[in-house]
Design a protein around this ligand. Structure first.
Ligand SMILES: [Zn+2]
Length: 503
């Protein structure tokens, strides 16, 4: 829905006064209206998510001010000692001595320090994740048990790599991070079909050998997530698709078709996973769920939007609001014309969609309450680029741009989009681009750790070669890291002796 029709809908719903001229931020008007307390919103979870957001965001936002303070006092006699104390007080860690020692004569290497601090703040977040995320896991609306009750043993989610979707799972979908949920982001949600067939095969083999408790009769669900911006559709949509919403949606849908075809053609009719297509309005975190028909086919034209549901159910009690969501899905399901599908949604999928729509209402109200109804920065504001494999320890909007890849050659498009974004965010302001190269290994597999390190080194070298000018100008900082899939080693930094950050 565009802004104008949203405003019209709000007027009809009574949440926007008739006499109001077009306000700069439609959702703010809801804040002014005391009826904004929706019966289906989990306020306790919202409070916990806000605590999480504040704590994690604080680790990154303190970096620039801390560096400015250090820059001011670099001529003091006891600079190194003082700098370490300031860093400990404000950031919770000490800085590398080699970046401070010569500051009095050659100046502070702010770019290198900025990159180093960004990596270290991320590392702290990873180390603290079990504490930070515990309150969320205990309260999230959609947990692994719920996913299984809908008939799915695995949710394989491919959002766009855009940092604005980094909070997708705990915030937008209100799902607890758990073993059944896999997130692999690609620019434009254009996930890798071959890699997905491999992932699907692994999970199916796991299921068939009894490795997934309770998953014997369950299915695999692949979800592609595209995004758009209702406030500035031509500029703040998906960069990978030139902010063209229709192309973003149709490209993601085409990948889902291709994945199903790939698995059916290889493993036989009926083997394909179920699929779901979801759009996210990154200005307000509302979702658009495309409804699969009886055959599992998805249409670009058959969908339900959570923001509309939020408006329509604002004054209702919980039972009426749930009935309304159910009705909205049923109406869209039986739509005629372009949106017409072949038969109703399968019961498990229906249950999943209904709960997802309900859970997202909490996020809509979260954005209303904590971000004035629409994010202040509706565009990019990421802190670093993560390439390789993502970790679940940091799930917050606009923290990092993620490019899932095994080699830079195959992930070149995703990397280029990321570098373009950071040219505007960092390089234009004199800072560099921090790139974290991260891979997992399995401690069950002999030699896997060493191979993961080798892979890190290969990808790092390829990134530095691809963006050689940035690298030579000290505008690109790569940090390598590895994590064990099974043990406790998480995000261990791998140092490169000959090329430490700042040297
Ligand atoms: Zn995108």
């Amino acid at each position: 829905m565009n802004t104008r029709s949203r405003l019209a809908a709000m007027r009809r719903a009574g949440v926007l006064p008739e006499q109001a001229a077009t306000p700069p931020n439609p959702a703010c008007v809801i804040v002014a209206d005391q009826r904004c307390e929706h019966a289906l919103v989990d306020r306790e979870l919202n409070r916990r998510l806000y605590d999480y957001e504040e704590r994690v965001r604080g680790r990154f936002t303190a970096i620039v001010d801390t560096l400015k303070t250090l820059s001011d006092c670099r001529h003091k006699l006891d600079f190194v000692e003082k700098a370490q104390q300031i860093a400990m007080d404000r950031l919770g860690y000490e800085l590398p001595g080699h970046l401070l020692d010569d500051a009095w004569v050659s100046g502070l290497n702010i770019r290198a320090l900025h990159a180093w601090c960004t990596f270290q703040s991320f590392k702290n977040t990873v180390d603290q994740a079990h504490v930070d995320q515990k309150p969320l896991c205990e309260r999230s609306l959609l947990d692994a048990g719920f996913v299984l009750s809908c008939g799915y043993h695995t949710l394989d989610i491919s959002p766009c790599a855009d940092g604005r979707l980094q909070g997708l799972v705990p915030f937008v979908f209100r799902m607890a991070p758990n073993d059944a949920v896999y997130v692999k982001a690609y620019a434009g949600a254009l996930f890798d079909i071959e890699a997905d067939v491999v992932d699907w095969t692994h999970r199916e083999l796991n299921r068939l050998t009894g490795g997934i408790s309770g998953g014997e009769d369950a299915n695999y669900l692949k979800i592609a997530v595209y995004h758009f911006s209702t406030s500035n559709p031509n500029h703040e949509g998906c960069a990978a698709h030139g902010s063209n919403d229709r192309v973003a949606m149709e490209s993601a849908l085409e990948r889902l078709h291709e994945l199903r075809a790939a698995i059916e053609n290889t493993f036989g009719l009926g083997a394909a996973p179920e699929t779901l297509l979801i759009g996210v309005d990154t200005d307000i975190d509302a979702i658009r769920v495309h409804l699969p028909d009886g055959n599992g086919d998805i249409s670009p034209h058959r969908y339900v939007e959570s923001f509309r549901i939020y408006q329509e159910t604002l004054a209702m009690n919980a039972a009426d609001a749930r009935a309304h969501i159910d009705r909205s899905v049923a109406e869209a399901e039986h739509a005629e014309g372009w949106a017409r599908g072949a038969g109703g949604i399968a019961p498990g999928m229906r249950r999943f969609i209904l709960h997802l729509l309900e859970a997202n209402l909490s996020q809509i109200e979260y954005v209303i309450q904590h971000h004035a109804g629409r994010y202040q920065v509706i565009g990019h504001n990421e802190r670093f680029i993560c390439v390789g494999e993502a970790m679940t320890e940091l799930q917050l909007r606009n923290k990092f741009y993620f490019a899932h890849l095994d080699t830079v050659e195959e992930g070149a498009n995703d990397m280029d989009v990321g570098i373009r974004i950071f040219t505007g965010l960092n390089i234009r302001h004199g800072l560099g681009v921090p790139v974290l190269v991260h891979f997992h290994y399995s401690s069950h597999v002999p030699g896997a750790r060493e191979r993961a390190i080798l892979r890190c080194r290969r990808v790092k070298a390829a990134v530095e070669a691809r963006y050689s000018q940035l690298h030579e100008n000290q505008q690109l900082f790569c940090q390598m890291a590895i994590s064990d899939l099974h043990g406790s080693e998480r995000c261990t930094f791998v140092e490169d002796e000959v090329d430490r950050v700042g040297h």
